[in-house]
Design a protein around this ligand. Structure first.
Ligand code: NAD
Length: 307
């Protein structure tokens, strides 16, 4: 198998100073990418600032003969997003790859979550994604090439206790990715979601003693492929956890058609409505939106109750 390389490609990696982002930065740089290592370097909640972690990654890349520059701007603001993408354009003249990975965590039960903590997490994960995508996307479309990887989570797909802010952000990122995939398709701008899991500082407080090997090195190759020219998918989600790489996708049951419904009839039909036999997925690209409507209208056009 010939080595997949990133020579002459310029990559921005948010949250590149620690954990998963650090691993992505080192991997892409080792394969020839010019990397903007972005990280504010704050604590797990996203407070404080320290240029040390990202600076250390830049130093490692340079010491190994690679190319990298430091960015300590926050993804959480419009000006920060502009400065982060600007660092790629100013230093390397282009942007080919955007990996939005920066993240913070603030836990509280839903009934007690403060508006401040809700916003602080949305600002980094979800609004942060928009801030950097909004700046990079037009550049990529104009250049006729781009690879975007946004970061969701098991908590975004399935929820989790005490992280309403995080769950909302990580689910919202899927919506942003889908739109970028659709609008980027004519310009070879591909956008996908990584659903990672690795033992990083985000696992602080968890008992990981019974976990299988679960390093960031087991996630980085999936992100590397999504960031590569040879990536053949867009508008999709890849899961990477403890050596398992899989696809996550939205599915629908065939459902039940009736020309009219009562509440009682919904109750009577609920098992058939939920029956996953014959489930289907409508791919985001080229046009899952229209496929969904077409399928539904097709049942109505047949005019006979199903289920
Ligand atoms: P981490 O805390 O080790 O790294 C995240 C980095 O993001 C930190 O270095 C932090 O300083 C940086 N960051 C935070 N706010 C920022 C901001 N406003 N601007 C720029 N940088 C900022 O965490 P990690 O485990 O490597 O997580 C990376 C991503 O993967 C996150 O989006 C996280 O939600 C996601 N994720 C991780 C896991 C896991 O198991 N580790 C699971 C699901 C999702």
């Amino acid at each position: 198998m010939s080595e997949l390389r990133f020579d002459d490609r310029v990559a921005v990696i948010t949250g590149g100073g620690r954990g998963l982002g650090r691993e992505y930065a080192l991997l892409l740089a080792s394969r020839g990418a010019k990397v903007v290592v972005n990280d504010v370097g704050g604590n797990l909640g996203g407070e404080g600032a320290d240029s040390g972690p990202a600076d250390q990654v830049v130093r490692e890349i340079l010491a190994a003969g690679g190319q990298a520059v430091l960015s300590t701007d926050s993804v959480a603001t419009v000006t920060g997003g502009r400065a982060i993408i600007g660092a790629a354009l100013d230093n390397f003249g282009r942007i080919d790859i955007l990996i939005h990975n920066a993240g913070n965590v603030r836990r509280a039960p839903l009934a007690e979550m403060s508006y401040h903590d809700f916003d602080a997490v949305l600002d980094v994960h979800l609004r942060g994604a928009f801030h950097v995508v909004r700046e990079a996307f037009p550049e990529m479309c104009a250049a006729g090439y781009g690879r975007i990887v946004l970061t969701s989570s098991i908590g975004g797909l399935y929820g989790n206790r005490d992280v309403a802010n995080y769950g909302v952000s990580k689910a919202g990122i899927i919506g942003l990715s889908n739109v970028a995939a659709i609008e980027g398709a004519p310009s070879d701008v591909k956008c996908n979601v990584i659903v990672p899991a690795a033992v990083t500082r985000m696992a602080e407080g968890l008992d990981t003693s019974a976990y299988p090997p679960m390093g960031a090195d087991l996630v980085a190759p999936a992100v590397g492929w999504l960031a590569h020219e040879s990536c053949s998918i867009t508008g999709e989600m890849l899961v990477a956890i403890a050596g398992r790489i899989a696809r996550a996708y939205i599915a629908e049951t065939p459902g039940v058609y009736r020309p009219s419904w009562t509440i009682e009839e919904v109750g009577a039909q609920i098992d058939a409505i939920r029956d996953t036999t014959g489930s289907m997925a409508f791919p985001v690209v080229p046009d899952g939106h229209a496929d969904h409507i077409r399928y539904s209208f097709g049942m109505a056009a047949q005019g006979v109750p199903h289920g």
